[in-house]
Design a protein around this ligand. Structure first.
Ligand code: NAP
Ligand code: G4F
Length: 330
């Protein structure tokens, strides 16, 4: 019989790649999706439109227990991938209370709902390298102490400890993936990779003149989302629940990303990128670099995409999309 999985955050970048991956593995895939007030519902859930007919979507929010409870009451799941979150660090400073509510309480509601209704369901929590924050050592691994630098980082650290506590206190199969930054052509436009690839393309096409960015010296360990969802799945196939760092082991500055993305289009980023102090965060994470040896050794996981391939794919996808928009406007 095929396995049944629930994905929270199925409309997001990772949710869409994970849904595709699980469908390919023969899973029955369910997703939790909240209602949003859009004039045109066609533009809703664009990342999963191509697979929507194969998914079972449940209307719910992570913001209250009854909403989560009603989804868990009507369907039995073998695995639950909890990806739903307010995931944008900048916004977590602007609206820390929503971030805390969705990311901490949402995780707690789901864990408690599973404990009450489906304690055998395996649980994946989307932890983050933002938990390391002002990192105490480099590279960061599973044993590196946490030092979060944003409301988002604090919320994810709390989610990590909730997940650990449900594993230790109730014997549930609960895992946290401590994932470093991962991107793709489906990345939201507010994140720095997509902001850069899209702007570089629009400058190349004569649609924009410059790109304003904040901290160009911040370094991140950037991988591809399609690689990282394989690690999430592998964690829940282990004989024992555990936590894993997922990263490429290479770090680049935002500045390096600009050079590569603009260079892909034959442009020199110095001519177009302007720094804007208004885009700096109250506290930033300066350097992230992950050591994924444990995931490599125990899960047999390693990334397939290089940083260069990732940036190239994102630039090409933005080029095609912007050209299509131009054609449609003509
Ligand atoms: P994303 O694209 O921002 O997707 C977030 C998802 O959460 C969306 O489906 C969103 O739904 C949903 N969501 C937000 N608030 C919700 C609520 N109140 N109720 C129900 N659903 C809600 O994020 P992502 O990049 O795919 O990341 C997936 C998870 O991994 C997140 O938890 C993120 O914090 C974590 N993470 C990401 C990275 C990374 O580099 N991408 C690294 C480490 C950890 P809507 O479509 O309705 O907004
Ligand atoms: O792309 P970012 O917004 O990603 P950030 O803050 O690293 O968070 C992402 O990765 C985390 C994993 O480590 C996830 F948990 C989280 O959900 C999210 O997916 O910013 C990356 C860096 C930062 O240092 C930021 O200050 O880029 C710097 N940056 C410089 N100028 C900018 C900008 N970031 C954004 N978003 N926009 C700018 O204009």
């Amino acid at each position: 019989m095929s396995k049944c999985a629930l994905i929270t955050g199925i409309t997001g970048q990772d949710g869409s790649y994970l849904a595709e991956y699980l469908l390919d593995q023969g899973y029955e895939v369910h997703g939790l999706m909240r209602r949003v007030a859009l004039e045109n519902q066609e533009s809703r859930a664009g990342r999963i439109r191509h697979i929507a007919a194969r998914l079972r979507l449940h209307s719910a929010t992570l913001e209250n227990y009854p909403s989560v409870f009603q989804v868990l009451s009507k369907q039995r799941f073998d695995e639950c991938y909890h990806l739903g979150a307010q995931s944008y660090v900048t916004d977590s400073f602007a609206d820390s209370f929503t971030t805390m509510n969705v990311n901490i309480n949402g995780t707690h509601y789901l864990l408690e709902g599973l404990r009450q209704l489906q304690p055998a369901c395996r649980f994946y929590f989307a932890g983050s390298s933002e938990m390391f924050g002002k990192a105490h050592e480099s590279p960061q691994r599973e044993t590196t102490p946490f030092h979060p630098r944003s409301p988002y980082g604090i919320s994810k650290t709390t989610g990590y400890y909730l997940t650990q506590n449900y594993r230790e206190a109730y014997g549930m199969f609960c895992c946290s993936g401590i994932l470093f930054n991962h991107e793709s052509p489906r990345r939201g436009f507010e994140f720095v990779t997509r902001k850069i690839t899209n702007a570089a393309v629009r400058i190349k096409l004569g649609l924009e003149k410059e790109l304003r960015l904040g901290n160009l010296e911040a370094s991140r360990d950037w991988g591809h989302a399609a690689d990282y969802v394989r690690a999430m799945h592998a964690m829940l196939q282990q004989s024992k629940p555990d936590d894993f760092v997922v990263a490429t082991g290479q770090t680049y500055r935002v500045r390096d990303l600009c050079e590569l993305a603009f260079g892909e289009l034959g442009l020199d980023y110095h001519d177009y990128v302007r720094t804007d102090p208004g885009l700096n965060r109250p506290a930033d994470v300066e350097l992230l670099l992950g050591d994924a040896s444990k995931a490599k050794n125990q899960l047999g996981w390693s990334p397939r995409y290089s940083f260069k391939e990732l940036v190239k794919e994102m630039v090409q996808a933005d080029l095609e999309r912007n050209r299509e928009l131009q054609r449609a406007a003509d």
